[in-house]
Design a protein around this ligand. Structure first.
Ligand SMILES: Cc1cc2nc3c(=O)[nH]c(=O)nc-3n(C[C@H](O)[C@H](O)[C@H](O)COP(=O)(O)O)c2cc1C
Length: 309
């Protein structure tokens, strides 16, 4: 069973990916990358989102065939070997532009795009897609599983939610189960609600996918990768007890990675959410949280964490 980490815009940046690599998942995805930004050589996209902590798979989104093809070429030249097409982003701004999950309705477009990328670059990269189970009057994930089979895609990741659900409600793992039962030769990765080992166990036992993609379960908890891998390797589900010391050390490391990568001002903005995610499971954390909120610079936050956690 493959264990991979999801693309998460604004979250799986270089510094978090460096942390994730320390837990050795099978695949780590970048944040989604706009094919247009690649085309216009947008500085932030190229230098920041695509900075490599290892052998990341890059996820791209867009709405024009040529732009996708050009982006794939640029990424190949930059040495990336696994490219994933985003057919799932539910955000209004993206969907209104006909990108992300809006592409689920564009059967022909996606089919032609897949065919073109495979034809042009099939020997240079592995290609995969990530879908949701529905968008507007699209409710036919099978079309894309079938496409994955037809074009011999490396994998298809099914997030068991519709676009309308955004990030709430339950992910429907019965759809993932049905698809896996029907398409034995397609590598199907299940995604959605894998927030702890119990969920991972139940959902994989139900659907028997070829792999899982962890997403929000990783926020403040990269140890979930290890728990999942240990479970799949041994068959025993032992919830991994993470000590306060481990959380503290990982958090300090993560902050330092982010400062090195983005500088103190950006790190101060970008790390706040991560800090609270790491701290959420510790006991007696209210005072610490309130103190951190009042501290202005990331250096002082770091010092506070060293001294108080
Ligand atoms: C903050 C955030 C950013 C995300 N960004 C992306 C993205 O760039 N590309 C993508 O395919 N999915 C993205 N997702 C969706 C996740 O990859 C995943 O499919 C979703 O969170 C469901 O898994 P979960 O219920 O375990 O969190 C994002 C999710 C979150 C919470």
């Amino acid at each position: 069973m493959q264990v991979m980490t999801a693309p998460m815009a604004g979250v799986t940046d270089y510094s978090f990916r460096k942390i994730l690599y320390e837990f050795s998942p099978d695949i780590i995805f970048t944040e989604m990358v706009d094919v247009n930004a690649l085309k216009y050589n947008n500085h932030r996209t190229l230098d920041e989102i695509l900075r490599r902590a290892g052998n990341e798979a890059v996820q791209i989104f867009g709405n024009k065939n040529d732009d996708f093809l050009q982006a794939v070429k640029i990424l190949i030249n930059k040495g990336f070997g696994h490219i994933d097409i985003n057919l799932g982003c539910p955000m209004k701004k993206i969907v209104r532009a006909g990108k992300g999950s809006a592409l689920l309705l564009e059967y022909e477009f996606v089919k032609n795009l897949t065919a073109d990328i495979k034809k042009e670059y099939g020997s240079d990269i592995t290609l995969s897609i990530k879908i949701r189970t529905g968008y507007k009057n699209f409710s036919n994930p099978e079309y894309y599983v079938n496409l994955a089979e037809e074009y011999d895609l490396y994998q298809i990741c099914i997030h068991g939610r519709t676009q309308e659900q955004m990030y709430s409600g339950y992910a429907d793992w019965n759809i993932i189960k049905e698809m896996k039962q029907k398409y034995k030769n397609v590598t199907i990765i299940g995604n959605g609600d894998l927030t702890n080992l119990q969920e991972i166990k139940e959902k994989t036992e139900l659907a028997k996918p070829d792999g899982i993609m962890l997403a929000r379960g990783l926020l403040g908890n990269p140890w979930l990768i290890k728990a999942a891998k240990d479970y799949f390797n041994t068959g025993e589900s032992v919830e991994y007890e993470v000590s306060r010391e481990e959380i503290k050390n990982t958090l300090i490391k993560h902050i330092n990675y982010c400062i090195e990568d983005k500088g103190e001002i950006r790190a101060n903005l970008d790390m706040r959410k991560h800090i609270f995610w790491y701290l959420k499971n510790l006991e007696n954390i209210e005072k610490i949280k309130n103190d951190i909120i009042k501290i202005k610079t990331i250096r002082d936050v770091l010092k506070y964490i060293v001294d108080n956690i």
